[in-house]
Design a protein around this ligand. Sequence first.
Ligand SMILES: Cc1cc2nc3c(=O)[nH]c(=O)nc-3n(C[C@H](O)[C@H](O)[C@H](O)COP(=O)(O)OP(=O)(O)OC[C@H]3O[C@@H](n4cnc5c(N)ncnc54)[C@H](O)[C@@H]3O)c2cc1C
Length: 460
Amino acid sequence: MAKSQFEKEIEKLERSGVISRAQFLQIMAAAGAFMALGTNKAYAAKSSTKGRIVIIGGGAAGISMASRLKRAIKNPDITIIDPSDRHFYQPGFTLISSGVYKADEVWKPQADCMPSDVKWVKDVATLVDPAKCWVETAKNGKIEYDYLVLVPGLQINWDKVEGISKETLGAGNAHSIYDFEGAQRTWPAMKAFGEKGGRGIFCDTYTKHKCGGAPKKVCLLSWDNARKNDNLDKISMHYYTGSKQLYNVPHFTPRLEEIYRERNIPVDVNVRLKGIDTAAKRAYFERVVTAEDGTKSYIPFNEDYDFMHFMAPQSAPDFVRESGLSWREGSLAADGWAEVDKHTLIHALYPNIICFGDCAGIPTSKTSAAIRKQLPIAVENLVATMEGHAPQAIYNGYAACPIVTDYGHVIMAEFDYDKKEQITFPLSLFDMSKERWIAWVLKVYGLKPIYFNLMLNGLY
Ligand SMILES: Cc1cc2nc3c(=O)[nH]c(=O)nc-3n(C[C@H](O)[C@H](O)[C@H](O)COP(=O)(O)OP(=O)(O)OC[C@H]3O[C@@H](n4cnc5c(N)ncnc54)[C@H](O)[C@@H]3O)c2cc1C
């Protein structure tokens, strides 16, 4: 019989000598018990509600939503619109870029992820008319709905970094793991940086973006590659952030900042990447300085590098704004994030539209860990709406970001809308404000099989 992916993961773990099979299974059992208690609603009595449900996007949110709706509603009428051939476990991109995963370990054919009895329209949604309740598609015309689940993820605006393009990522040794190919090209470059040394610069971006931890992880793993090669005296590193501080969750920030200090990696705040001259290996930034009266000035500067990792600005997909579904004012309006109630996840103007995941304009971190907790809320509130009841389920803003600090340790940052830590059992047995080996084991060996085997099947 063919071995399951999960079995292969356990074997790899045993071979690495990091942990025994028995230890691993104990951790997973404890984690699984918690998950079952904490998030997995049984839906013993399925709703008999009727209505055409259209889901835009078959990513982490869309596939797991369809699977859960099948558990919550008798004979649901669900259509998923998504053009992709492959379904990516994007948190694995960081581990590809650091040589921990092979590229083929992080994706499955989209056809294998689609729940049975769900209609899959393999196409791109180009517009929504929320008043007339239809979705325009590129090739399949208009698709009508009674209820819309808006989960198309986000759009990376590569063109907002002058001098680079998605197709040529890696040119001039300037890399970005926010792309599957880009993540693959990063590993040889990170490895060479560890072996030869040089000037390494790392940055994030000024818009809201998915997994704010990822650029920090690339920076710290690059440092650890140099450490493993005994080359710390041959490197100099710098981290630039578009934010006011490196990380803003009080329980976890002090240790993370301390790690950067211990490793002699200066952190510059309020800095935006404008462009990269890949031929000259020179990055162009501007520093945003805010005067006491609130006026801003932008001071340009540039930096030469040998190895660079960057992130491009991000926004909701264009069609969300063009469909009149984006925030109309406030800080979330500029980048088109969908205007949804942060607690019920229901659209502010259209009660038959629910939106969560990366596209949603809610003040939490854009991660699949957040989606895991948004999912039961979205299902419950959609079913309530379909049954003619007021939505009652409340999302508290939970998000998690496993910040890999070296090969073997992770700060498992978990928090809510108030930036208050929300530590998950059984990890609460440890002081999780610090980097932990157990969180590394969970990140590298546990979360991917949980994602593909449980979350996408609506079981977690
Ligand atoms: C480098 C990196 C590291 C990350 N690390 C972590 C981590 O450690 N932990 C964590 O929890 N999360 C992490 N994330 C974030 C996580 O992957 C995302 O938050 C999550 O995938 C978002 O799910 P989603 O369903 O909203 O969007 P996606 O999973 O991106 O799916 C969107 C889907 O919509 C489809 N789509 C887009 N536009 C259209 C359209 N117009 N019509 C139809 N379909 C459309 C796409 O084809 C896609 O299938 C990371 C992400 C990256 C890139």
